[in-house]
Design a protein around this ligand. Sequence first.
Ligand code: SAM
Length: 316
Amino acid sequence: MSAAPHIPVLIDEVLDALAIVPGETHVDGTFGAGGYSRAMAARGARVIAFDRDPDAIREGRDAAEDAGIMLIEGEFSRMEALLAEAGISSVSGVTLDIGVSSMQLDRAGRGFSFQSDGPLDMRMSQSGQSAADFLNEAAEEEIADVLYHYGEEPRSRRVARAIVQARPLSRTGELAAVVRRALGYKPHDKKDPATRTFQAIRIHVNGELDELERGLAAAEAVLEPGGRLAIVTFHSLEDRIVKQFLRRRSGTEGGGSRHLPARAVSAAPTFDKPAKAVRPGAAELARNPRARSATLRSAVRTAAPAQNAQQGGISA
Ligand SMILES: C[S@@+](CC[C@H](N)C(=O)[O-])C[C@H]1O[C@@H](n2cnc3c(N)ncnc32)[C@H](O)[C@@H]1O
């Protein structure tokens, strides 16, 4: 089934942050439609790209081959092991463009969209627990927690109760109708209240925040001294994870309170002070409204050894 091609977001800004020198090896952890990968290859990089979606791999294979891109199916959180299998121990750049592609969103059959009816699936990797499995099996309280934490849904309990009462659910259209009824949606309301519920369930089903935290640690492990990290996120939950990771790892998180005991001396910074966050300009937004909430953060790797999760505390 066809879908609008994915328009790469903040591509010029990402390329600026990567400052590719021809011949360098770069990782694109989120291949999607290959927009970033092809732009990196055009600048002379040897590109190793990952995607966890079998459709992205199948549909991207020929174009990747033509551009000399090595395309690998798998999660970017596993990049260290997957690169090792390809005989690569360090790289000059790692880029992640977090979230769903236009192809995933626009194909009703993937179940990501509340705007068209399809099976309640939402799995990027097309394996494991689907959205329907989760919603039909989980306790009401667990559903409410997911909606609250990942969708920032203020009336999460009410929505969760309505979902449990309407079970079993199998279609995105059914779920959207349940949420709208529970929250009193009127067609002229600016934002569809189902937006928050769909985002929350997608993040949960794909373990997206955990993937991001592990992906950042993996990038730290594979980047050579002077290597560049560029991360594009699409909502505040993800951006907070990236911002906090870079602050901790660059030692720029600010001093502790003078009322508290001095903190133990932390490990040497693994990244230089991050660049200022970059957001799309008016011209890009006019061209591509989906870029609306994008934020790019980038930083350069120091020569300090990678910290592990305990030392650096990438989770809260
Ligand atoms: C926003 S799109 C990337 C678009 C790409 N930059 C382009 O220019 O075409 C995100 C892609 O990353 C993939 N993805 C998301 N999380 C992933 C993960 N943890 N590991 C590997 N791929 C992931 C999705 O399947 C999707 O294809």
